[in-house]
Design a protein around this ligand. Structure first.
Ligand code: HEM
Length: 411
């Protein structure tokens, strides 16, 4: 934390910088306790010097998330930028669908894809997810007694699942798996170009795939959208490719990081892991507690388009607002001992999937994947442990998503 007012000895309050980097991939960054103590709504300073409201209160965040006076329209020139690379995206006029647009466009897009993510469709995928998890573990066990869990398990599992859901040929994954990583997990200004290029290449691939599906329809969500919405003209080819790209990228990076970070957190809390091993019926609840505890999609940004009175303050039209899901999920007025991992806790009210109109579309799928991936991993590898000290595991310090770039384990 630094004094951005640069007023030595002056009475002006210090405005902390934001975001802050995590040292441990699944824990709060150093400096978060200080931010939490500043109250549910406080001022922070972004990398470009712009002031923003930081929302850390759970109740306040739940009031603000669904408020239509907060916009997600990333193409608005006044939309706050959390990192320099987002500026490049805006220059190219590439608004991510759903997550980067407001109603009514958002509502139309969401209505189109939501049937693909309902609990019936996800439940039908559970046996396929289990088959994928077992197959990957078989491969790891037969290859030796150590591996990088990220590339051997945590990434290929959600990758195969989202491909099955969308109807993207998994054999073509070498094209989009690595590019998906670059889109969401490259943080620095020098990586902006790589992220943009990767996204453009994924888009080109999906354009081509949609063309193939028009000629030879298959069974995935993208096949349905091509046969119905595209054919009827509810969506054009460019928009459909953008939506498919967003789903493909979100389906890879988010869940893979959650599987990796949850594995680390549980190995570091052997008492909690022992409870789960003794009673596997606790896994669904544990997944939500791990979501709350790790909050990997921590910094959700909005632009106020009208004045909003909240918590005795006025967020003015034009102000930047950052909702910290990690701090909301560790708000002591909502959670007892919020900084403890307690897999028996009723954690379902967390906001790690967001809240309100942009709440994660893939949450049912992600929960099923995490539950199956983690329970299968710990049941089939009873002696699994980190192969290097936890401090040596590199934190992927991206601004959008928290994660690791590798996770060496042995068993
Ligand atoms: C554990 C894994 C996941 C986490 C932590 C996560 C987190 C989030 C969060 C925090 C948001 C809200 C963004 C905002 O309010 O600005 C969101 C939205 C979204 N997520 Fe996820 N997500 C996960 C898995 C998935 C999966 C598997 C998919 C799809 C295959 C997906 C697709 C989406 C989409 C399309 C949105 C935008 C929804 C909208 O704007 O209406 N997510 N996710």
């Amino acid at each position: 934390m630094t004094d951005t007012t640069a007023a030595l000895g002056a009475a002006e309050p210090v405005t902390p910088e934001f975001p802050l980097a995590r040292k441990c991939p699944y824990q709060m960054p150093p400096g978060y306790e200080g931010l939490r103590e500043r109250g549910p709504l406080s001022n922070v300073s972004l990398w470009d010097g712009r002031r923003a409201w930081l929302v850390t209160g759970n109740a306040e965040g739940r009031e603000l998330f669904p408020d239509p006076r907060l916009s997600s329209d990333v193409l608005n020139p006044a939309f706050p930028l959390l990192a320099p690379r987002i500026a490049a995206q805006r220059e190219q006029q590439m608004a991510p669908p759903l997550v980067g647009v407001d109603d009514p466009v958002h509502a139309r897009q969401r209505k189109m894809v939501i049937p693909g993510f309902g609990s019936r469709r996800v439940n039908a995928l559970r046996s396929e997810i289990q088959r994928i998890a077992d197959g990957l573990i078989d491969n790891m066990l037969s290859a030796g007694d150590s591996a990088d869990l990220l590339s051997s398990y945590a990434l290929p599992l959600p990758s195969a699942v989202v491909c099955a859901l969308l109807g993207v040929p998994y054999e073509e994954r070498s094209y989009f798996e690595e590019r998906s990583r670059h889109v969401l997990s490259s943080a620095g200004p020098d990586q902006a170009e790589l992220a943009e290029r990767s996204f453009t290449e994924i888009l080109r691939y999906l354009h081509d795939l949609i063309g193939r599906k028009e000629n030879e329809p298959g069974e995935g969500l993208l096949d349905d959208l091509t046969a119905q919405q595209l054919a009827e003209g509810t969506v054009n080819r460019d928009e459909l490719a953008m939506i498919a790209a967003l789903l493909l990228v979100s389906g890879h990076e988010t869940t893979s990081n959650m599987i990796a970070l949850s594995t680390m957190a549980l190995l570091d809390h052997p008492d909690q892991l022992a409870v789960l091993r003794a009673d596997p019926s606790l896994w669904p609840g544990a997944v939500d507690e791990l979501m709350r505890f790790t909050s990997i999609g921590d910094t959700l940004v909005r632009l106020a388009i009208e004045d909003i009175e909240i918590a005795g303050q006025v967020i003015e039209a034009g102000d930047a607002v950052v909702l910290s899901t990690m701090l909301m999920n560790r708000d002591p007025s909502s959670w007892e001992k919020p900084d403890e991992l307690d897999i028996r806790r009723a954690a379902g009210r967390h906001v790690a999937f967001g809240y309100g109109i942009h709440q994660c579309i893939g949450q049912n799928l992600a929960r099923a994947e995490m539950e199956i991936a983690l329970s299968t991993l710990f049941a089939r590898m009873p002696r699994i442990r980190l192969a290097v000290p936890a401090e040596r595991i590199p934190v992927n310090a991206a601004y959008v998503l928290q994660g690791v770039s590798e996770l060496p384990v042995t068993w």
